[in-house]
Design a protein. Sequence first.
Length: 140
Amino acid sequence: MNREIADRLSNLRKQNGLSPEELAAKLGLTHKIVSDWEQGASSPDVDNLISLSELYHISFNDLLKTKKGLNQGDDIVNFAHMPAEKQKKRVSLRGFPFGMIITFIYLILGLFFHMWGTAWVIFLTFPIFAGIGEYLHHRQ
């Protein structure tokens, strides 16, 4: 675990007037586990991090923040800090002509297979899926 985070866990415990044994008892753990966290030998799992943030009245992000930003552990993917060559490999479908493809499918199904009902369902659901895609893109 990051040394800075290990030190923060130790300082927060001390600021809240808890011994390693008391903290371990509150979390239902052994004092050895708490000691390992504070020495940087192991990391708390997500459930314990949530419990620690609630116990210390500190946000999850503030608990994990380092001078470089959030902890860059293996299980946290942060695209903003990826090397440029890896960022370019990410596939983006923004600008892909989905509208033209859906219109083409609509015309093929309708004209050649006389499936205007099915074609209309596909054609009219495109704005829904496009809207969902935009919403999910902006949430990131």
